[in-house]
Each structure stands twice: as structure tokens, then as C-alpha cells.
Design a protein around this ligand. Structure first.
Ligand SMILES: [Zn+2]
Length: 244
């Protein structure tokens, strides 16, 4: 079980000698409708990261439970980190990982709002040496086929996909009696501190009512398989490229 935080500084050396790959998990603390918990975007990638720790030698860092959740700041329970601060936090962690000599850092990201900060941090952290950051936005990069097969409505925020996944991973935290459908579609990206509730009513974007634990299981199983395949590929020094 190679969890970075569980080694001593001495036993860490031995574990580090077995791998070139470190997994950094980035989540969020934000409203997800009234039927899902605030840490939804942390629970789902953490679940996958635990599978990686179980089945590979890659070292798994503890999940960062906060991210850039500006869009949901008006909803109770949301805690958001400003993007410029987040860039510094991510960059410091990435540099801290690379200073130990690892070549690959897989960011298992659970939240769309983190993508700009992760990208900026990775550009700085990989400037020197032979360092590689791979950002896996797991909800769109993994299990694409399973999603196509099982989903009856388009994905979104606290929608059918995320709700099904959480029903599989943490069923006790899902309250389907509260699940409602909202999707406010805008042609342009509207950013406004005062209209957040109007753009995302009930902190929702999508229709969770067709969610089932079985759909979640199929998505999570395929996501796990693809993620472990990526880690194994990196262990062999191969970048995940498709040349067309
Ligand atoms: Zn989410």
C-alpha cells in the first residue's frame, strides 16, 4: 500500500526506489446539488487513487481537499481557494515531488475549476530536467466507453454520471429524494459574482434522476482499469501517446 504519508523518511527511500510515478489527487469542497456531499470531487478521485496504491508501486499523495470553487461560493459549505494561491500550492507540491528524483507526476484531478491552476503550476514545475506532469481529468479522460454505454443524460455537475459514481463509492452519502434536474445553458461563458445562483440553480447542472449504483460501478471499474494501465505504461518509461 504505497501511500506517501505512511512511510518514515527512512523507509520512504525504499518505496521510492520501486517507482518513477507519483500520484497527486486534487479535489474540491463545493456544493453538489442537495443530494450529494460537498466533497464529491474529492471522494471520487480518492477512490481511484486507493486502487492505484493497492495494485501498483506508484506512490500516492494525500488528497488536496480544496480547490478553486468560485462558481459555488454563494452556496453553503463551499470553501474555495483563489486560483493564484492554488497555482503556488500545486507548484510547491509538484516541485517537492520532483526534488526526490521521480520522473512522472500523475495528477488525478476531480474538479474542473482546478484545471487552469494545475496547468500553470505544471508548466513551471517541469521547466527543468526530464520531468513530466500528466493531468488526468478523470471524469472526462477515463471510462469514455462505459459512460457512452450507460449514461442516459448528458454529464454535468451533480448530474447522472457523478451521482451514479457516488452511489457506488459512498452510497450512504447520497440522498436521491433530494435529486432535482436543472440545466441553465449559456452560449457564452458568463462570469459574475452576483448571478451564480441563477447560472447554477441548486448548485446543479444536469439531471441526476436516472442515476444508479450499477452505472457508477461500470464507470468506476473502467476508470480504474485505464488509470492502472497508464501508471504501468509510465513505469516502463512510455508516455501515453497515440500517433495518428
Ligand atoms: Zn463534481
Amino acid at each position: 500500500m504505497p501511500f506517501w504519508s505512511e512511510f518514515s523518511h527512512e523507509s520512504f527511500q525504499k518505496a521510492a526506489g520501486k517507482t518513477e510515478v507519483v500520484v497527486m489527487v486534487t479535489g474540491a469542497m463545493e456544493a453538489h446539488g442537495t443530494h450529494l456531499p460537498l466533497a464529491t470531487d474529492s471522494y471520487l478521485p480518492t477512490y481511484l487513487a486507493e486502487k492505484v496504491a493497492e495494485k501498483t508501486d506508484a506512490l500516492v499523495l494525500p488528497t488536496i481537499p480544496f480547490g478553486d470553487s468560485w462558481e459555488f461560493n454563494n452556496f453553503e459549505g463551499t470553501i474555495s481557494i483563489a486560483p493564484d494561491v492554488l497555482v503556488d500550492v500545486y507548484n510547491s507540491i509538484m516541485k517537492g515531488v520532483f526534488k526526490h528524483g521521480f520522473q512522472y507526476l500523475v495528477v488525478l484531478n476531480g474538479h474542473g475549476g482546478n484545471i487552469p491552476a494545475l496547468t500553470m503550476a505544471a508548466k513551471t514545475a517541469t521547466k527543468r530536467g526530464n520531468r513530466v506532469v500528466i493531468i488526468v481529468n478523470w471524469w472526462k479522460d477515463l471510462a469514455e466507453n462505459a459512460r457512452k454505454l450507460v449514461e442516459e443524460t448528458p454529464g454535468g455537475h451533480a448530474a447522472e454520471d457523478e451521482t451514479s459514481e457516488l452511489m457506488h463509492v459512498r452510497p450512504e452519502l447520497v440522498d436521491m429524494s433530494k435529486a432535482v434536474s436543472h440545466r441553465v445553458v449559456t452560449k457564452f461563458r458568463i462570469i459574475s459574482g452576483s448571478y451564480r445562483d441563477e447560472l447554477l440553480p441548486s448548485a446543479m447542472y444536469g439531471d441526476p434522476r436516472k442515476a444508479t449504483p450499477e452505472k457508477g460501478r461500470l464507470i468506476m471499474e473502467q476508470a480504474e482499469e485505464e488509470l492502472i494501465e497508464l501508471i504501468n505504461q509510465l513505469q516502463q518509461g512510455k508516455l501515453p501517446l497515440i500517433r495518428e
